[in-house]
Design a protein around this ligand. Structure first.
Ligand code: GDG
Length: 505
């Protein structure tokens, strides 16, 4: 019998969060309405956070507050800026917050993605610390605090904040209403104390995060780094309990490796829609008789896209017999394209793909096919199933869900995963071919190993990885997170708080 299912989570929430409003807050919205010609289309953005949280919300119901970023988003909402999602069969409510161009530039493009993102990823892109961005970051956190407080009213409410766009929000909420239950999941790594000390507003950000009752990271190492960093503040740190106490309030810091809905993903992988897309891809990409390697990522400098193209180049140099036989398809979904560092990586990937293709192409074949657009999930899954190997070459990545999705797609037990050891996923997926993405030789050797692995070994590895992802799915992640919350004593609630959350599981 399966232990972690959508129903188990639903039941857990029903019993343990009974009487509580459940509000999720994130910057990226789970569904975006966009104009396509004269029609309005609703799609799910390429975001690991949104991929992971959407199945949780479908199980729990509740309200998700996020920035309305689609150009047809306003058309879709009611007078309270709410829309029921998913549109075809609604299971929860999305409340959109509208941000001005200046707010987006300062909060999202500026402080979040030019300061915190590079600061937290050791990928050698220099963070930009601009006081104007910082002011806007604070303002947008305030805007979201207003929205949360409006939605919470005076009801017992659990606010579950997502990611690094809202480091100030927990403290703002706690100051406004001390009896909210507040937790946050930080989807990216947390750097060591010395690296973090370059952040000019480190005290405010740490103080903000210490407004949480529970703060989750993917890995124990990220938790330890956070606790060490918080030691720089006037706070009492209890290493053994993984607890930081400031101003009489405790924040528990815990690792929760995030995941995917393995069963749902595997079921889609076996659907007729995916089979049809496999046929189409085979034809469109002329894959007949060819070996296929794939990569699927947001076009982000942390994901190691140029690196894997260099692996391919070196591999062809070492094994020219594969010329004309191996095709590498890289899906690179445009992301944060307003920022200089993202425009640079985009250009670098284009130039490198063109150079490698010039070097190796034959009249009827080229080694790199670069697809720079967003695809529906079924089309991506079809690519997973056609691939002989999938490459995840992140230079640094909190978890990486693409690796887990590839494994979930391979219900046939085939395919090899080449996985950077600098992803959170590498701590769980020990049967992947783990590589150092900074070493071109290492990557090229992994291509060779993947293509020449004994079928028994290949199947054994995939089988073990599938077992791991099946067991450690996103419902387990959510139940573990909520259980840790249920374990916490909430003195603020004395008397008034529903009994449910006082019971540990
Ligand atoms: C952050 C952390 C952590 C990609 N292209 C398309 C598409 N995607 C989907 C993938 C996957 C998601 O986007 C990407 O997730 P990742 O986990 O790989 O990366 P980030 O977006 O950087 O996520 C990361 C995650 O948060 C969760 O905590 O794992 O470490 O950086 O789901 O499938 N989806 C569709 N079309 C595409 O073309 N539909």
């Amino acid at each position: 019998m399966k232990v972690w299912t959508r129903d188990v989570l639903r039941e857990f929430v029903r019993t343990k969060l009974d009487g509580f409003r459940f509000i999720v807050v994130s910057n990226r919205e789970p569904f975006e309405h966009k104009r396509v010609g004269r029609r309005v289309e609703c799609s799910q953005p390429a975001s690991g956070m949104a991929s992971a949280l959407d199945p949780v919300m479908r199980a729990c119901g509740g309200l998700w507050i996020a920035h309305g970023s689609g150009d047809a988003d306003r058309q879709a909402v009611d007078q309270y800026d709410r829309v029921a999602v998913p549109p075809e069969a609604p299971e929860y409510t999305l409340r959109r917050v509208w941000l001005s161009k200046d707010e987006i530039e300062g909060h999202y493009s500026g402080l979040s993605n030019q300061a915190i993102w590079p600061l937290c990823h050791v990928a050698f892109t220099r963070p930009v610390f601009d006081p104007a961005h910082w002011r806007m970051y604070r303002r947008v956190n305030e805007r979201f605090a207003e929205a949360v407080l409006e939605e919470a009213g005076n009801e017992p409410t659990f606010v579950f904040i997502q990611d690094y766009h809202f480091a100030l929000l927990p403290r703002m909420l706690r100051n406004a209403r001390s009896n909210l239950v507040i937790a946050q999941f930080w989807h990216i790594p947390w750097p060591n104390r010395q690296v973090f000390s370059s952040f000019p507003w480190q005290e405010e950000i740490l103080d903000g995060l210490l407004g949480n009752d529970l703060l989750g990271f993917h890995l124990p190492q990220h938790c330890q780094n956070f606790i060490d960093t918080a030691g720089a503040l006037e706070a009492r740190v209890d290493q053994a309990a993984s607890e930081v106490c400031r101003g009489g309030h405790s924040t528990f810091v815990r690792p929760f490796p995030i995941s995917i809905d393995f069963d749902e993903h595997s079921a889609v992988a076996e659907s007729e829609a995916v089979a049809a897309h496999m046929r189409r891809w085979r034809e469109e990409l002329s894959l007949s008789g060819k070996l296929l390697g794939i990569g699927i990522d947001r076009l982000d400098y942390t994901k190691g896209i140029p690196e894997r193209l260099r692996f391919l180049d070196r591999f062809l140099e070492m094994h020219p017999g594969y010329r004309g036989k191996l095709v590498f398809v890289q899906v690179a979904v445009p992301s944060r394209s307003a920022l200089p560092a993202y425009r640079e990586i985009d250009k670098e990937v284009d130039l490198l793909a063109a150079k490698i293709n010039r070097r190796w192409r034959t009249p009827f074949w080229k080694p790199v096919i670069l697809l720079k657009r967003h695809f529906p999930a079924v089309e991506m899954i079809a690519l997973h199933r056609l691939a002989h190997f999938c490459v995840v070459a992140s230079l640094h990545d909190g978890m990486n869900l693409v690796a887990k999705e590839f494994v979930a797609s391979r219900t046939d037990g085939e395919g090899v995963l080449i996985l950077s050891k600098f992803t959170g996923a590498s701590t769980e997926l020990k049967d992947a071919l783990q590589i150092n993405p900074f070493s071109i030789e290492d990557g090229a050797d992994a291509f060779d190993l993947a293509l020449n692995m004994h079928p028994d070994d290949r199947k054994r590895r995939m089988h073990k990885m599938r077992e791991t992802v099946e067991e450690n799915n996103v419902y387990r992640w959510a139940v573990k997170f909520l259980s840790a919350l249920a374990d916490i004593e909430f003195p603020e609630y004395a008397g008034e708080r529903p009994a449910a959350l006082q019971v540990a599981v």
